[in-house]
Design a protein around this ligand. Structure first.
Ligand code: C6P
Length: 423
């Protein structure tokens, strides 16, 4: 079948096609064997959270069974082991993103906290009344609300890059929005509601041309493609461990060292200090300046195991397999009468949102659930996207590399059932 998405024909991962032994990979994910409502589970809600391979589950178990201790504090054996595991995971994240230095990797609770940290710390230091911040019309609420709060607090203005009917950013409009008042640009690398892969390299180049730093929300990108922060030249990059086959409650904020150095701490507490007196506190060096309090050590270690795992599977093989799945599903679903795909960008990753004429997405989700299929129905925490396309909600299928064409066939069959029941 001819690739629907331009990305399949342009990228080197083409060569990685068929390199993935999905049947074997599925053996690594215990939950994929379970049944729901008496049916085989078909898990297609990976944009919400991904399932965990046994190696991640075992790493968490082993951490609490054999290594649990606090980090950076004790001089005893266990504390040294926990610290080594924690800092070892930081080194893994550094290689995963190809960051220049490990001190540029800050552990946070997730993408949401990563963006809030930058909006608060960078925003309150470098953005002033009358300045402007640019986001896009396809942002998750996590990349809207922190900037709105900042703008309200300091009297800055939020500007929004519009999107076309395919769900692609209008770069010409972005160029018009960029001006001397622009102090920050924050956009999704991949949209969670539409699946669009944004032209982030162009956005960064254009922004840097005006001396404006850029944050990329990588929550929906890192599970699907290779990310190189130095090649992108982004100033900040953030993602969540739980969407990357790791634990919940942990994520990463990458920031260029010179920017992080210039920013004040986001939270105060243990570990982020070097000296405290009642008169004055001296802050710790990077990355600890931004890691106040006892961190989610097990989460970090588990996320490190997840990174090892997917690195072993291979980013190119993952991208190639998922692109094939997306093409296959797009072809099959778009032939169903009354079904409309929301988000038809040329470059897409992982996500397929759709509506069916006369049927509420929640009803689609409910019937699919009874058939064993897990999808998400709703606004996907991207209400402005729903407003842009004039729909209250969509049904959203989202893939991971353990999904198969047989599962897409099951989806198509179940969608026909939905139409039978409600159509
Ligand atoms: N999107 C989805 O079903 P947290 O909750 O911090 O791990 O991630 C927030 C977030 C930020 N940006 C994007 C692009 C996202 O997709 C998400 C999370 C989930 O689409 C849950 S709403």
């Amino acid at each position: 079948m001819k690739a629907v998405h331009e990305v399949t024909t342009r990228e080197p991962w083409k060569q990685a096609r068929a390199a993935l032994d999905v049947a074997r990979i599925r053996e690594d994910f215990p939950i994929l064997k379970r049944k729901v409502h008496g049916k085989a589970l078909v898990y297609l809600d990976n944009a919400a959270t991904t399932q965990k391979p046994k190696v991640v589950i075992d790493t968490l178990h082993n951490y609490y069974t054999a290594e649990n201790s606090n980090v950076h504090r004790g001089i005893h054996f266990l504390s040294e082991q926990a610290t080594a595991a924690y800092e070892g995971a930081r080194a893994k994240v550094k290689s995963f993103l190809n960051a220049a230095e490990t001190r540029e990797i800050i552990f946070v609770r997730g993408t949401t906290e990563g963006i809030n940290l930058v909006a608060h710390s960078y925003g309150h230091t470098f953005v002033e009344e009358g300045d402007e911040i640019i986001i896009s019309a396809m942002e998750h609420h996590s990349n809207i609300v922190p900037w709105q709060i900042l703008c309200e607090q300091i009297g800055a203005t939020l500007r929004v890059i519009p999107i076309n009917h395919n769900g692609e950013l209008l770069l010409d409009e972005f160029a018009k929005l960029l001006n001397a008042r622009t102090k920050f640009v924050s956009v999704a690398h991949v949209s969670n509601a539409l699946g669009t892969v944004n032209p982030v390299k162009e956005i960064i180049e254009m922004s840097h041309g005006e001396g404006v730093p850029v944050l990329l929300d990588g929550a929906q990108a890192v599970p699907h493609m290779r990310v190189d922060v130095q090649e992108l030249d982004c100033d900040f990059y953030t993602f969540s461990g739980h969407k990357l086959f790791g634990p919940t409650g942990i994520g990463v904020l990458y920031g260029k060292a010179k920017l992080l150095e210039a920013m004040p701490p986001y939270q105060g507490g243990g570990d982020m200090i070097s000296l405290v007196t009642f008169e004055k506190t001296h802050y710790n060096e990077l990355p600890y300046k931004f890691e106040a309090g006892t961190p989610h050590i097990a989460g970090v270690v588990g996320m490190g195991a997840a990174i090892d795992y997917i690195t072993g599977v291979g980013a190119d093989a993952i991208a190639a397999h998922e692109c094939e799945l997306l093409d296959y599903a797009t072809g099959k679903l778009s032939r169903i009468p009354g079904l409309k795909i929301i988000g038809t960008a040329k470059k897409k990753a992982g996500v397929l949102s759709f509506v069916i004429e006369g049927i509420h997405p929640h009803d689609i989700g409910t019937v699919l659930d009874r058939e064993g299929l897990a999808i998400r129905a709703g606004h996907h925490c991207a209400m402005p996207v729903m407003q842009r396309f004039g729909v209250p909600a969509t049904a959203r299928v989202s893939f991971a590399f353990y999904n198969t064409k047989e599962e897409v066939d099951a989806l198509v069959k179940a969608v026909h059932k939905v139409i039978e029941v409600f159509g």
